[in-house]
Ligand binder design. Sequence first.
Ligand SMILES: Cc1cc2nc3c(=O)[nH]c(=O)nc-3n(C[C@H](O)[C@H](O)[C@H](O)COP(=O)(O)OP(=O)(O)OC[C@H]3O[C@@H](n4cnc5c(N)ncnc54)[C@H](O)[C@@H]3O)c2cc1C
Length: 395
Amino acid sequence: MRTQIGIIGGGPSGLCLARLLSLRGIRSVILERHTRDYVQARIRAGILEQGMVNLLRNAKVSDRMDREGLVHDGIVLTFAGRQERIDLAALTGGQRVMVYGQTELTKDLYDAVLSDDNVAVVFEARDVSPAGFLDGTPRLDYGKDGRLEHVDCDYIAGCDGYHGASRASVPKAMITEYERTYPFGWLGLLSDTPPVHDELVYANHQRGFALCSMRSRARSRYYIQVGLDEQVGAWPDSRFFDEIRRRLPDDVAASMITGPSIEKSIAPLRSFVAEPMRFGRLFLVGDAAHIVPPTGAKGLNLAASDVHYLSTALVAFYGERRTDLLDRYSATALRRIWAAVRFSWWFTSISHKFNDDPIEHKIQLAELDYLMSSTAGRTTIAENYVGLPFEPTFA
Ligand SMILES: Cc1cc2nc3c(=O)[nH]c(=O)nc-3n(C[C@H](O)[C@H](O)[C@H](O)COP(=O)(O)OP(=O)(O)OC[C@H]3O[C@@H](n4cnc5c(N)ncnc54)[C@H](O)[C@@H]3O)c2cc1C
């Protein structure tokens, strides 16, 4: 098989890239390890920055998001018995975020891509292996139904997540990896119950961090910080809800409506960046190149900025034979990535319990108290939360 862009991974990055390229007449093949149902069912992100919303509109997959997504103007921080609202819109000149689940967004993207003549998707592609990208003959080898197959292409986009094959195929001497793991994880619970609050509630508490999030007006997503040695099985729903209530202000806890979980899982927290993001004719995109702790809701949104930069660069290459944007892809994407890595790390560090030393909690409370007393402090949270702008000169 021959195509223009060989894409490894049919998650949000790969699907969105294929769709944007197709709208400009560029053909691609997506090799996805799992089935469509498996990819769509993964419960992950839910908060979309304006940049991602715009990208989905440009990709013409936004109708349902615009109908069903919830626009949020603010978030609430709770600590030391206080509830402080960060007015995102007022502090950022009207910018907002959209609540729309990654599961829904992935469904919308698959609906578009699977009826798109410029995109072919191979599900259950085994042992995908990128080759030839350093010597100008890029190729993807893979197994399907017991046979060896391959895709010849002009460029490869590695959109295959943190555990994928693309980053692993780069010679070690060509790549630098920066990593920090955190001494805790998030236990998440999804339930078909109305959210406890109209906006997301981020709680700093002596017992650990908690987050009241949502996917819709009828579906709540709750998280609590837990130790890395915790097992989901040790957390029946009743224990989870008792614990999250303890970490919330009394009136918020009292108004929480609980119901049976429909999903429960533990995610470790990690900051990770691989540099650079281009190796000859292979580009890394999204989680394949970087991971952030979910505290700042940045992972999916960073994937969106990578997709924006790479699709813009490929359109310039095929339309005008320009290679300058392809050459600038890595440095441009990494600038925004490091800014989000910093914010996600910082927001995690002021909201989570790192150890039992009481001085640490006192210092966190002093920092939160200071931030809330200062317009500059509130603005720095708001600007980063709604998402830093895409680089305007990248065109
Ligand atoms: C619990 C949790 C909560 C999160 N919350 C948020 C949030 O609120 N906001 C936010 O912005 N982000 C959040 N994220 C992060 C967000 O989900 C990811 O950043 C996003 O999924 C990245 O998309 P991607 O397409 O780059 O990678 P992925 O979604 O990981 O997709 C990669 C795809 O590649 C496929 N694949 C992997 N290896 C291979 C291979 N060898 N061959 C072929 N295919 C392969 C996989 O099956 C998958 O379909 C969260 C993540 C988690 C885990």
